[in-house]
Design a protein around this ligand. Sequence first.
Ligand SMILES: [Mn+2]
Length: 338
Amino acid sequence: MITKIILEEKISAVFKLINSAENIVITAHKGPDGDAVGSSLGLYHFLYSLEKKTNIILPDTPSESLDCLPSFNSILTLEKNETEAKEILENCDLIFCLDFNKLDRLGKLAPFIEALNCPKIMIDHHLDYDNFADVVISHPEMASTSELIFRLICRMGYFSDMNLQTAECICAGMLTDTGGLAYNSNHPEIYTIFSELLKKGVDKDALYRKLFNSYNESRMRLMGYFLCEKLTIIPEYQTAIISLTKEELKKFNYKKGDTEGFVNMPLSISGIRCSIFCREENDRIKISMRSVGDYSVNELAIRTFGGGGHKNAAGAESTLTMEETIEKIVSELATPNS
Ligand SMILES: [Mn+2]
């Protein structure tokens, strides 16, 4: 049995909106990860099975490791398909906002979505959402948005119609947002859902290999450099900090997605409770923060650079130099969380 965590009134509101819509758009956060893409494609395949004209429009291109997902190539991005994307948005009559809680998480796509007059449905699991949508399904206690998509489809009465493509994409999102069921995955119902997805025919083992073990040689060498040359441990705060500059990334032929998962690695050192990864991108420093146990990197992200996320996984951006960014983080590590 799966608990009915989404309110009944929200389920019926979404159901009604889907029924009366003809041109549906799904969008998700910039730098789309496995959960953003998995939940979008899962919902996309489901809506297609209802014969609803649906498009996925993302701010930018997802990492290549996700191209194993069915219909990955049908995803449009503002970055690469601007004219087509704008045309579709002009005609859309319902929009799903998945895996983000604030419009600015859409980057350059944000003003276009904000300007739309059609109803917006937000489905997400990040803390502290902005009230920009007409229907909000926000459950920070859930490990992934993909899991919420599964729950939504079931509650609307379509579980038995769920096709393999939908199941596969949901499975991918649930796997990637839990590091392959390594963290954020103590909720027993996650396994009930996995069991149902496997019964739909998903080859979880093959999907795992494609998602987590399909990297290129230069990524492996970059990882070696990252761990060997760049890892700094601050024992008094049980914290690891690692940085990579643009020049360093270039040396290893860095491609988008190549550093995905790096931030989690120092957490496998016994006694480390917090890992921080600073990566230079364009004119800023992207900061990823991960923790284990009670230490909240969400609070640290808010305190340092006004970022945010979840207790054990958060992010922020800095416009300071790399040195200044790290200095600021280290000085804030001394401040205990509330
Ligand atoms: Mn997510």
